[in-house]
Design a protein around this ligand. Sequence first.
Ligand code: T6T
Length: 325
Amino acid sequence: MLKKVLLVLVVVALAIPLAAPSAAQEEKPKIGFLPGVVDPFYQVMELGVNAAVADFGLEVVTQYPEDWNLTLQTPILEAYIARGDLDYIITAPVDKEAMVAPLQAAVDAGIKVITVDTYLGDGDYANGPVTFPLTYIGSENKQGGRIAGEFLAEKLGGAGKVYVQNTNPGVSTTEERGAGFIEAVAEFPGMEMIGMDYNLDDANKSAEQVAAVLQREPELAGIFGVNVFSAIGAGNAVNNAGLSGAVDVIAFDATIFAIEQLRAGTVSLVIAQKPYDMGYMAVAFAMADWNGVTSIPKRVPTGFAVITMDNVDDPEVARFIYQVP
Ligand code: T6T
């Protein structure tokens, strides 16, 4: 009898190390990264994603839509779902309403969704109309627009005509930047907001629209370009019209071009976001969720670095310039 008991104990002891570990211990999650468009902002975000993927020993699949377009982002997402091997999708939805159903389909297929930069619904994943994403990691875009508006109004001594170059309606980020700018400018009685155009995230279209406004409004004093392509178009149009320094450009997004334009005197303020951190944190939160962490915040604001000629050479500020190798 004693022999039998000992034998059973030995068999059990030997079996323990062979017992199958739980899925989370055994495997690591596979990530799909789906940016909004090919641009330096998302390329820097990808660097952050890749750094975290390397730190955690994960695998990632990345594909960029060529343009900011629903009909380009949706099929990439559908292909990600169809692969059947992704556990998390980290994405910047190109439209806050139209991308809800396609991303819900990912969730229905068992994939968890994290949104970076842009959000779905109203961005309130705790109490808003869309609650399925794990978290929303991105800038406080209304505040970013307000920073641009206040700076420009103050630089113009509280009086002057201003105009906004925007991308597309329905994009959470750029919509909020435009609204924040208009709100801030309205607090200065001498300021006049003369209009806002949508360039469909195309720098050439932005330049054409700005050229037309410069012709029509000889008293225009300032332009807010709400993102990479809007600011590039605005800067080019102002330069082509020979108005560098006479019409102030505020550039959202710290591209190399925006910084060159700052040094040349066409741009007076560059607002840098933190795309590297957005990408890194999105992967880190996916990993935490995978390991059963339950206290993942529904919203992670990432802040800005506000760049002028006074601080552009300060390494603590310059490190936020979008450098793509
Ligand atoms: O400004 C970024 C991003 O925050 C926005 O959502 C879309 O445009 C950019 O990617 C810049 O091109």
